[in-house]
Design a protein around this ligand. Structure first.
Ligand SMILES: O=C(O)CCC(=O)C(=O)O
Ligand SMILES: [Fe+2]
Length: 471
């Protein structure tokens, strides 16, 4: 049901828990079904949630193992309810789609992704300890099997073996899975002998982080956990500056340049808490799963785990004001117009458990995609730059990274990332490949403003020197 793809949907599950339980009880009673056994097990599985006070709730949901277990609890409840009541009718009544199998496996995959990206050991993840923050422990052996299976799917046999090691009940399927995992690992480590000898050899080595990832994926993960080295020669070119704003929340704001060519920067304090909240509140009702692909095939995929919504300048005066502010700080033309608009409307994004947007380019390239746009964007060219507000506090993960530039922009609340996707001479700049890293702790909301080619002729003029850079 795509619950796991945004924290806002996950929160709905939590907030509507009382209503959902009550509605289930009513539906069971009206069918004269003996509701006791089911309700008892439901209350049992939700007990942990119900002990939480409202204030703790948010904190709780900002933790991946707790989120995983919340989704799992409701996935199982939905599954068990299917033979008792009309689940679709229940979902209509509560105005919420309950998690299904895809949500359960999707959130297990998220746990593995978080582990491999941030090197969080299985021993820690199992007890719910992530970077010193305590969440609920994952102590059900069925979950451990699912984790091992998803770890294999994510090319991490080392993590798969670690998860499987926590299982005491060795069923036939577990034994089979273990053989598959051991084959992958001993291939990599070159251990030989009979099964026991191989196991001994493997266990003597540090095998947890063995993976089959491609170098580009490894680079992405390194940047996400901030584990990279910036050369001194490059560092010496970087700078930051204070500038006077017009209607910025503070009279002054700061720009920090993270890369000179192409220009990548972060602006601090360019939106207020109240403005960020306004965006989140207004975008939420109309959000849907973010898609990837080209003009012939747009689909949902693990490449992009988030929900998105759009806010328009001609409907919301705050959005209009923010567009003008983006113009002030970037020097570009950002006045939204009904035809030939130099900017797009604002795209608001909320990530889910382990939510990410894998390395991609923001421009379309595909001419069909450029034709296939809403009327205001006909004949406006491609996306020459991106302005990305960070609207919420992310405690771990969620940086915006540029693998080809070795650049990591931290998602600082009320700040904004800004970069050019095209060279001053108009060519697409593939060095701007970038990604939104998996969110580990906290909640990530961003708002994108894409600036189009048309309408910038006097603001970012085409240079006489074809090789010129921004400066
Ligand atoms: O969330 C991020 O940090 C990056 C988002 C992004 O690149 C996009 O939405 O196109
Ligand atoms: Fe992007």
């Amino acid at each position: 049901s795509d619950t796991f793809t945004s924290l806002s949907s996950i929160k709905q599950l939590f907030y509507k828990e009382g209503l959902t339980v009550k509605t289930i009880e009513e539906m069971l009673n009206s069918q004269q079904l003996e509701s006791n056994p089911f309700m008892k097990s439901l209350h049992e599985s939700l007990r942990e949630n119900q002990q939480l006070k409202d204030e703790d709730l948010e904190v709780h949901l900002h933790h991946p193992t707790s989120t995983f277990l919340l989704i799992k609890g409701w996935y199982l409840a939905r599954k068990n309810l299917q033979s008792l009541i009309d689940v679709n009718a229940l979902e209509t009544k509560i105005g919420l789609a309950l998690p299904d199998l895809d949500d359960y496996t999707g959130s297990a995959t998220a746990i593995i992704r978080i582990q491999k990206t941030h090197r969080i050991s299985t021993d820690h993840m199992r007890i719910g300890l992530v970077n010193g923050k305590q969440g609920r422990p994952i102590d059900d052996e069925n979950d451990m099997v699912v984790m091992a299976t998803q770890a294999m799917a994510l090319r991490c046999p080392g993590l798969a073996l670690k998860w499987l090691d926590g299982i005491k009940k060795k069923s036939l399927s577990v034994v089979k899975l273990k053989i598959e995992i051991m084959e992958k690992i001993h291939e990599k480590l070159g251990c030989s002998g009979d099964a026991e000898e191989i196991e001994r050899c493997v266990k003597q080595r540090d095998f947890e982080w063995l993976s089959d990832d491609r170098p580009t994926t490894i680079k992405y993960q390194e940047l996400c956990r901030g584990d990279m080295i910036v050369e001194e020669s490059k560092k010496s070119l970087l700078y930051c500056r204070y500038a006077k704003g017009r209607d910025i929340p503070l009279p002054i704001y700061k720009e920090e340049v993270h890369n000179v060519d192409p220009h990548v920067a972060i602006f601090y304090d360019v939106i207020s808490d109240a403005e960020a909240d306004h965006i989140i509140r207004h975008a939420f009702p109309g959000m849907f799963r973010g898609l990837v692909g080209n003009s012939t095939l747009r689909q949902s995929s693990d490449q992009r785990i988030s929900k998105v919504g759009w806010l328009f300048d001609n409907v919301d005066t705050l959005i209009k004001k923010l567009s003008a502010r983006i113009g002030d700080v970037t020097g570009l033309n950002t006045v939204y117009t009904p035809v030939r608009s130099p900017v797009e409307a604002m795209q608001v994004v909320n990530y889910g458990i382990g939510g990410q947007y894998e390395p991609h380019l923001d421009f379309y390239e595909d001419p069909e995609m450029l034709k296939n746009v809403n009327p205001s964007l006909q004949d406006t060219g491609d996306r020459i730059s991106t302005f990305l507000f960070y609207l919420s506090r992310v405690h771990l993960g969620g940086a915006t990274v540029f693998p080809k530039l070795n650049v990591r922009v931290p998602p600082v609340k009320n700040g904004a990332a800004f970069w050019y996707n095209a060279r001053p001479n108009g060519e697409h700049d593939k060095r701007t490949l970038h990604a939104g890293c998996p969110v580990v702790l906290g909640e990530k909301w961003v708002a994108n403003k894409w600036i189009r080619e048309r309408g910038q002729e006097f603001y970012r003029p085409c240079p006489l020197d074809k090789e010129a850079i921004d400066g």
